[in-house]
Structure formats: structure tokens, C-alpha cells
Design a binder for this molecule. Sequence first.
Ligand code: CTP
Ligand SMILES: C[C@](O)(CO)[C@H](O)COP(=O)(O)O
Length: 220
Amino acid sequence: MTSAVIITAAGRGLRAGGKIPKQWQHLGGKPVLAHTVAAFQTLGFTQILVTIHPDDTPHAAYLGPDVRLIIGGDTRAKSVKNALESIDINHISQVFIHDGARPFVTAALIARLQTALQTQPAAAPALPVTDALWRGENGLVTGVAERTNLFRAQTPQAFHLAAILAAHRIHPGNAADDVEVARAAGLAVAIVAGDEDNIKITLPGDMARAEQILQHRKQA
Ligand SMILES: Nc1ccn([C@@H]2O[C@H](COP(=O)(O)OP(=O)(O)OP(=O)(O)O)[C@@H](O)[C@H]2O)c(=O)n1
Ligand SMILES: C[C@](O)(CO)[C@H](O)COP(=O)(O)O
């Protein structure tokens, strides 16, 4: 079975801030996105598509010649759809869709997803919510929320290519992720165990956390 990976990197990283979007900021001497791409190359992926913003093409040299650059859209869902439409469905049967801003994907996580895809059309990693959940307003706790059956979603999210392509083609618009698109089309999505280190750089402090994870991995 041949797999492709779509790495989404066309966002502007507004919450993380900085002079350039977070995926191009340096982590351990090279851009975050270069780590993400290298991780999939190390795992044996040869069909790698990266969605980028038109303003970011000068940065793309960091990614090397073996990735296909796809111009993204103004939402994550549009970026993913642009990439899906460019995959040759006659040669690829599975697709992994991953945030460029998550540089620490592991072989074990990919293996869990591949196992789940043997019996389901879609699979995605998540971590159960273990902390108590509160509602709050104006700095005060105003209530509690039930944590049972709640999960923190991660990527890569993995799909049978024909199924997720069809789901994107009929989806009305914005979606937080591809699991939302898949479920809107009626696809069953298996949950596999996520990884605490598989963080998404989202807020300014996340880059420091990523540097710590990188150092820890180098020492392991
Ligand atoms: N139009 C978009 C928006 C997002 N992404 C990518 O999807 C991933 C997850 O999105 P998020 O963390 O929300 O990134 P941004 O949209 O860049 O962040 P922000 O909302 O803070 O601006 C990122 O790697 C981002 O580059 C994309 O390819 N195309
Ligand atoms: C795709 C995603 O990373 C799954 O956790 C997430 O939905 C990205 O968007 P967010 O706006 O940071 O939730």
C-alpha cells in the first residue's frame, strides 16, 4: 500500500507571533518545518507534499528537492484540499495529513495509525483529557465541565485517500481538522494513542518547549 503525507504549512502563525511564521522559525538550527519534513523522510515516506503560503516560497529551499510544494488556501481545510487534489489516486491509497508545526512525529505513532487503517477508513491520534475542566469568566471559576470521553486531538490524521478526497469535495467550508471533514461525510474515525511530545507550536512559549523536547531526544 503506497502512502503520501500532506504537511500543512501555509498558515501565518498569528498566535505564536515572531518576525516570520512559526513553521519557518529556527529550532535547533533549522526551521521547524524542516524537522517535520525530515521526520517523515526518516520514516520512509517518499511522497511528501507541503502546503505553503505564496509569500513563503523564498524559505522553501530549506526543505530540499524531494518535497512537492503546493500553494495553500486561506484556511487549513482549503490548503489540505489543494494538496489532496494534486495526488495521483491511481498510485496512492493512503494519506497522512499532518501539521507542519508539529515537528516530533514518531515511528510508533505512524505504526498505530497504519494498524488502525487496516480496519477503518480513518484514524487519528489523541490524548484523553485527564485534568478537571472548569468554566471561567472574569478570572473566576463559574462551573465545571464533564471530562469523560473528551480527547485532545493531534495529527497526523490518516485516511484512505479516496474517502478523504471525496469528503473534502463535499465539505461546505472551514473545519478545525480533517477528522471533522471525514466525520461530516459519515466516515468512522478510529482514535489511536497520541504522544505528549507531539506538540503543535501554537503560542509563543511553545518554541521553548520544543527546544527542550529536541534536546531530550538528542540525549536519549
Ligand atoms: N490556511 C492555512 C492555515 C494553516 N495551515 C497550517 O496548518 C497547521 C495548523 O494550523 P495552526 O496551528 O492553526 O497554524 P496557523 O493558522 O498558522 O496559526 P494561527 O491560527 O495562530 O495563525 C499549521 O502548520 C499551519 O501552517 C495551512 O496550511 N493553511
Ligand atoms: C489540526 C489540529 O492540529 C488538530 O489538533 C488543530 O485542529 C489545528 O488547529 P487549532 O486552531 O490550533 O486547534
